[in-house]
Design a protein around this ligand. Structure first.
Ligand code: SF4
Length: 299
């Protein structure tokens, strides 16, 4: 599958044993960090934390990426599928509420195999697939039966914005189809007795400074299409990173309270009730985990 890789919509067609595609990682699984993670939605993190596995590399490469070292595949450890399975089991042993697979698009076959191995070895907590939303339907279909809940972004409705900030003019169409497939697989949000997600789809919208109208279009589309069968997560945590100052000065600020309130009020006016909102205090650079400390992978 990695010999002429078309796992994601970039469809590079490269042999990842010999050269790199847009995702910037070879066919060997590379993990940047695996640890309990406390900064997801409450139904995912809770007090114990989610068992987050941050994969190195990314097919999207947003210009405002908060984790460029990881998304460009520069940090992380290459591991076997068996080691990846053991990571899941270790996280469960540490008390994780779930396994939270962060940006695993370019390793979907390995994710399916490693989760299967871990399930046979006693992994019993839900598996959450945490993604940019830039996924092919065919790749998502490989995850059916492996993933319990999906946590996709919906970043842009305007393809000009998607082109400018993620070099992916097809993002809006791709994300719509991807989310439809996720909802097909997980049609209702279900929680366990403690309020942790067992199944379903939560769609995240990270509000960008100056782009409330695009965010409103996304909320309107999602609510109009899926009503209460999905949850929305309206995020105010956008943090300007150093790399955007020169080329994208319009993104070099945080989202204002007024912008965020406008978006939240719009969702309320539409009738959205199944939604998570954020305290703007989370938008501090210090809130971004330090991914360079070591990946937490087994030796
Ligand atoms: S997973 Fe990587 S190599 Fe494969 S199509 Fe996507 S960006 Fe290209």
């Amino acid at each position: 599958m990695h010999k002429t890789c078309k796992l994601c919509p970039r469809a590079c067609g490269v042999n990842r044993d010999k050269s790199l595609g847009v995702c910037q990682v070879s066919s060997t699984v590379k993990v940047a960090r695996a640890a309990l993670h406390f900064w997801e939605e409450p139904c995912i993190s809770g007090e114990n934390g989610s068992g987050a596995v941050f994969f190195s590399g990314c097919p999207l490469h947003c210009v405002f990426c908060q984790n460029e070292e990881i998304s460009h595949g520069k940090v992380g450890a290459e591991i076997t599928i068996e080691q990846l399975s053991q990571i899941y089991l270790n996280l469960q042993e540490q008390g994780a509420n779930n396994i939270n697979l962060v940006t695993g698009t370019h390793y979907i076959p390995e994710i399916v195999e490693s989760i299967s191995i871990a399930r046979n070895a006693g992994l019993s907590i839900p598996v959450i697939y945490n993604t940019s939303g830039y996924e092919t339907v065919e790749s998502l279909q490989m995850l059916e039966g492996t993933v319990n809940a999906y946590l996709p972004d919906f970043k842009y409705m305007d393809s000009n914005l998607a082109s400018k900030y993620s070099h992916a003019a097809d993002y809006p169409d791709v994300a719509k189809k991807a989310i439809a497939e996720m909802v097909r697989q997980c049609p209702e949000v279900e929680y366990d007795d403690n309020g942790f997600i067992n199944s379903g789809v939560i769609v995240r919208q990270l509000l960008l400074p100056g782009h409330v109208n695009d965010a409103k279009s996304i909320v309107e589309y999602l609510y109009g299409t899926y009503k209460d069968s999905i949850y929305l997560s309206l995020m105010s945590q956008y943090t300007p990173m150093a790399q955007i100052k020169e080329k994208y000065p319009e993104l070099d600020r945080r989202v204002t309270k007024r912008e965020y309130d406008t978006l939240v009020n719009y969702a309320i006016e539409l009738g959205v009730t199944n939604a998570f909102t954020q305290d703007r205090k989370v938008a501090k650079e210090s809130f971004i985990p330090d991914f360079l400390e070591g990946c937490g992978c087994p030796d």
